[in-house]
Design a protein around this ligand. Sequence first.
Ligand code: COI
Length: 355
Amino acid sequence: ATQATASLNSCEPSSLSGEEYADVDWNNLGFGLMPSDYMYTMKCSDYENFEQGKLSRYGNIEMSPSAGVLNYGQGLFEGTKVYRRAEGGLFLFRPEQNAMRMQIGAERMCMPAPSVEQFVDAVKHTALANRRWIPPPGKGSLYIRPLLMGSGPILGLGPAPEYTFLIYASPVGNYFKEGTAPLNLYVEDEFFRSSHGGVGGVKSITNYAPVLKAQGRARSRGFSDVLYLNSVDKRNLEEASSCNIFIVKDGVISTPIQNGSILEGITRKSIIDIARDLGYQVEERSIPVDDLMDADEVFCSGTAVGVAPVGSITYQNKSVQYKMDAELVSRRLSSTLTGIYRGSVEDKWGWVVEI
Ligand code: COI
């Protein structure tokens, strides 16, 4: 535990031992919202400084109907997870990366952002206040959802006069209903996720509702998710609705190069480091959809999704199936990554943060 515990305000729940758990069916966690006890709020009214944050009971928030976020979509979100280890202890994974990504996104969306220290401290407070909702080791994690939004009223188009940083948390298991089974992805060639010069490279809330139509259409046809193409060349891969994409061909791992329209996934960059460390050649490059169809193996990565193997891809009228043997590169990368979370693999980069 850290100093964060000592500075928890009066809303801190009564002291809990690590073994006390909320009444949850831990064996059947999916990615549905299961609100935990407390949320954390911090406001900024001068475009620069955030006031002291505070914990309060999780619940509805009050906002002006003319809030910038409601009218003009001035908002960002983040996602990070807290894990409980078998030998005890609660751990975050690279939370400062989420803080820095929020700062970059805030700059793009004309919002002030919490400092890295404020962000990480707030995440720790939220995790500790909700510790009975952190699943037992191996059963999942507590997903922490930080939001940054223009909460002040504005009518003419412009940056809102007040900002709210808010964090809530929910225990989660597998993201996809497929569980850990391979995903079947549909390559979308009518709708695009982001545009050149747009905000696809940051975690703007405005990147997500526009994918719902393509996602819904693909799901109704039995696909797990949608893979998007670059809106300019309509040929190179970008990412899926909620995660990044990797392909493997002849032992070489490739992932779409960051071009401003692909999200800088924290799992994506961690996987690249792990793969290189394990001796794989990793290329960040433009990946034509033909390379995808010709790959030996395909997998997705993301905080919510983890590392998920892809079993098939459908593009236009063609489908390809990938081999699902025991030697999957994604399996090796995934077990190294989860080993780092769980403490069974050396954390040589200092990625895990005990709270
Ligand atoms: C995450 O991986 O944390 C995300 O933000 C994706 C989200 C669509 C669930």
